[in-house]
Design a protein around this ligand. Sequence first.
Ligand code: DGY
Length: 321
Amino acid sequence: MPNKPVIFVTRNLPDAVTQRLTASYETRLNPGDAVLSPDQVLKGAEGADALLVTPTDKLTADLIAKLPKSVRMIATFSVGYEHIDVNAAKARGLPVSNTPDVLTDATADIALLLMLGAARRAYEGERAVREASWKSWSTTYMLGTHMTGKRLGIFGMGRIGQAVAKRARAFDMQIHYFNRRRLPAHQEMGAVYHPSADEMLPYCDFLSINAPGGPETLHWLNAARIARLPDKAIVVNTARGGLVDDTALIAALRSGKLFAAGLDVFEGEPNLNPEYRSLPNAFLLPHLGSATIETRNAMGFKALDNLDAFFEGRELPDRVV
Ligand code: DGY
């Protein structure tokens, strides 16, 4: 078909997604998958009708202002969109879409993995086996802490927070939550709502961070809030690294105020605060929340559904602005 819209794709995509994309569009791809600089993004955008970006692309107001006039839409391969200045996009009349729902289960699974891994000292145990420092079974060797029956506080009870709660109920955990809006009873399912996050913190034997990133939540988990948590609490973060004040969290992990943390996301990732690497009570993953084949394909297809809708003149199914 002549005159197919041109899509500039900033990062490599799963094969099935690339196949569908190239069948419908003219494409500019990045098979080498290097993270592009703002100048490279602007160069790639020249003459493109739409951009398919990822959380590693920082679409600031400045970059958006410099985008060529040809660009009419931005689709992000992610549910989070704090990497895009959506107000600047809106001001330019550029619709932005994201990929909600399809990564809810995968991300909630990783939150549970982090909770268990942190509570049961999975990193230390794994390292002991590999390094052959494990001497024998003993009644007091590498004792973790129980998850069953404990209180879990969820900061941000959206789709992913609710999916974390669903899984935690299988461990007989008591769910507490803070959300900007209280959920209706059928979604709350007995979870205890706290009108402020600070009021919830003393009830969190485990705290799961599931709120969006961005300026409103920057360094939300700071020293003062950590002090409100029960001693020996466990913190897990599958949302965005920026929600955590790393200096405060590292100090609390070192002092023993917190038992452990499980982190899948980091401020400035992949260049995380190097002190995390030396902490035995930090269970660390490289932003794997949505990293299953099924989920990444579904995210890509959702991004394409939005591009298709735009170029067919339909309302975007997942419009952010
Ligand atoms: C998202 O989609 O925002 C996730 O962080 C990617 O795993």
